[in-house]
Design a protein around this ligand. Structure first.
Ligand SMILES: *[C@@H]1O[C@H](CO)[C@@H](O)[C@H](O)[C@H]1NC(C)=O
Ligand SMILES: *[C@@H]1O[C@H](CO)[C@@H](O)[C@H](O)[C@H]1NC(C)=O
Length: 345
């Protein structure tokens, strides 16, 4: 009798285990199918097409790994969160190596000509506690550089749009494509990358920039349409560099106008940033130009820079981002205080 009983128990246990693993296997199959479906929907949303089924299978694996990373990051205690966006089928190595969505030309050996800094005598105590140039109508809607290394043009244009609004009262969306096609000065080379100070120099030399509407963005290198470029809508008189590695100097400048900054935009937290104040470790491989359009402090007392990116509205806080301000590293979060500059009227 005792033997029968234990046999019965064993077979019940075997059944529970078998049934259990069948359930787990079925759930895993279901998860895999759900992830493949999610990837499929993501492909449609971002217009992504792969060259063959092997590439698609590989990209699904990368997508799955990124989603797992994003979910585990978000389950932790952070001041910011990550999310699925147009870069979720790229490994971070691929994203970092990809120059097309960024576009700062490597500055090794390039000597910055010293400029003045008109805000040097501004008293730090006199600065407002928070600034958001969007609320003053000095920031155009988020744009998208696409698969072109033209961040430098977007950053220079956003800073120019800002100072033009502040000096003329008019916000005009200006042409990045004109810079991509026509500005072959200094290190600027269209979709292969460039440098904001050289873009400012071009704008000054050209007598200004035309409008976005007149010379729309194509996301590709093209012949300079000089008749369109001649139809100038706004101009600047000069540009200045903010003293390097000095967030308080950067604050003085940003309190007065939007400022172009260069950051390491290849970091994993940059790739999947979805909102909140970016804090913690980040690199200083300066490869991406964006625009500081304000600063502030959260209710928790975390100070931040408010920045405008050029990766569309599916990235970050509807295309904007916040990064921690006044960190112990003088170079600033992701190097943002290393080489900022702004146009002058
Ligand atoms: C900030 O405050 C919010 C709620 O007020 C809280 O959920 C969050 O964890 C806080 N973050 C930090 C870094 O303290
Ligand atoms: C700052 O103040 C000093 C001393 O008064 C003056 O010499 C200098 O020109 C000022 N700089 C600017 C940029 O106004």
């Amino acid at each position: 009798m005792a033997g029968h009983k234990s046999l019965l128990l064993v077979s019940i246990l075997v059944c529970i285990c078998l049934c259990g693993s069948t359930v787990v296997a079925a759930r895993e199959l279901g998860d895999a199918a759900a992830m493949a479906e999610r990837h499929e929907r993501w492909m449609a949303q971002h217009g992504r097409v792969y060259k063959d089924s092997a590439e698609k299978a590989y990209r699904l694996e990368v997508f799955r790994a990124n989603v797992a990373f994003i979910e585990s990051f978000n389950a932790g205690d952070h001041t910011f969160w990550l999310g699925v966006n147009q870069f979720t089928d790229l490994t971070n190595d691929e994203f970092r190596a990809m120059k097309t969505n960024k576009g700062i030309v490597k500055q090794d050996g390039v000597v910055r000509v010293p400029t003045g800094f008109k805000y040097s005598n501004v008293s730090a105590d006199a600065l407002p506690a928070s600034v958001d140039w969007r609320t003053k109508g000095a920031v155009t809607p988020i744009k998208n550089q696409g698969q072109c290394g033209s961040c430098w043009a977007f950053s220079a244009v956003a800073a120019t749009e800002g100072i033009v609004k502040l000096s003329t009262g008019k916000l005009v969306s200006l042409s990045e494509q004109e810079l991509v096609d026509c500005d072959v000065h200094g290190v600027d080379q269209g979709c292969m990358g460039g440098w904001m100070d050289d873009a400012f120099k071009f704008i000054i030399k050209n007598g200004g920039l035309t409008t976005e509407a007149n010379y729309p963005y194509t996301g590709q290198d093209g012949q300079c349409k000089s008749s369109k470029a001649a139809n100038v809508a706004a101009t600047i008189k000069g540009y200045e560099d903010v003293p390097a590695n000095d967030e308080s100097a950067l604050m003085k400048a940003v309190a007065h106008q939007p400022v172009s900054v260069v950051v390491d935009g290849g970091d994993i937290i940059f790739q999947s940033y979805a909102g909140g104040v970016m804090t913690g470790a980040c690199g200083t491989e300066m490869d991406h130009g964006i625009t500081a359009i304000g600063y502030g402090e959260t209710s928790n007392g975390t100070k931040y820079w408010l920045l405008k990116n050029s990766w569309g509205t599916t990235w970050g806080e509807k295309g904007f981002l916040r990064m921690e301000k006044d960190i112990s590293d003088k170079r600033g979060m992701c190097g943002l205080a290393m080489i900022p500059s702004y146009p002058t009227e």
